[in-house]
Design a protein around this ligand. Structure first.
Ligand SMILES: [Zn+2]
Length: 259
């Protein structure tokens, strides 16, 4: 294998890892922000229920005052009734008392309905409290996990960057510019060819290309996939491994081990 290609395989591993670390570091705060939004929504739902409970309490206080008013009125009219002298007065007072009694029983019914609504709302509030507590717990756990992961990622990324910085100057300038151009466009620049296929784009290699790639006398030539344009490498240790009794270390693994 071309020595630059060997190094580019390692470089690609480092680049992929650096990208993974950066992606993770930017995704974690977004995940925490999403959980914060979710918690706010759950708290908002609970606030609606708490507000409805308060409104029912205000309503019942007013109903009780109204009941007392009607009862006081009734007591007053009953006294007037005792002193009534004409049938017209008696009828009018009785009418007033009956109206007030009707109002009291209507208000008492309404108060009972309000209490039933409050009971249902209290059950809703209990569920909302649980939902808020659960969301708070998840948020707190994810905040801690995100902070720890990001701190670890920063250290890991510094290590990866250091290895990248040391490796890049060891690769030929032309090869490195080809590597940078392809990886900028495709995300990765080097692809393994396995079982006559480019493992990056999954397209079949023409038989001639496949033969050239496996021919060790071509080690000084870098070949690209005709379909995706990535630089191809062939690893005899990985090709048709079912035929081998003894596992052979892959080239990528042996390069990484030797670094
Ligand atoms: Zn390809």
């Amino acid at each position: 294998m071309h020595p630059d290609l060997e190094k580019m395989i390692v470089l690609q591993g480092l680049d992929v890892e650096a990208k993974r670390l950066r992606d993770e570091m930017s995704a974690l705060p977004k995940r925490v922000a999403e959980l914060e939004t979710k918690l706010k929504a759950t708290q908002g739902q609970r606030a609606v229920v708490v507000d409805l409970i308060a409104k029912e309490e205000v309503l019942r206080r007013r109903q009780e005052l109204d009941i007392k008013d009607h009862q006081a009125k009734m007591a007053k009219v009953k006294k007037q009734l005792d002193q009534a002298t004409t049938t017209v007065q008696v009828t009018a007072f009785e009418h007033e008392i009956s109206f007030a009694q009707g109002e009291v029983s209507r208000l008492e019914d309404a108060e009972l309905e309000s209490m039933e609504r409050s009971e249902a709302l209290e059950a809703q509030k209990a569920r909302a409290d649980e939902a808020v507590a659960a969301d708070e717990k998840i948020l707190e756990r994810e905040r801690v996990r995100a902070a720890e992961t990001i701190a670890a990622d920063k250290v890991a990324l510094a290590g990866v960057e250091e290895r990248r910085a040391a490796l890049r100057p060891e690769i030929g300038e032309d090869a490195l510019s080809v590597y940078d151009r392809i990886s900028k466009g495709k995300g990765t620049a080097v692809a393994e060819a396995l079982n006559q296929k480019c493992m990056a784009c999954q397209m079949m290699l023409r038989p001639q290309k496949w033969n050239d790639l496996r021919d060790r006398s071509n080690d000084e030539t870098m070949m690209t996939c005709e379909s995706c344009g990535r630089l191809l490498y062939y690893d005899p240790a990985r090709d048709a491994p079912q035929k081998k009794a003894v596992p052979v270390e892959s080239i990528a693994a042996s390069i990484i081990r030797s670094l």
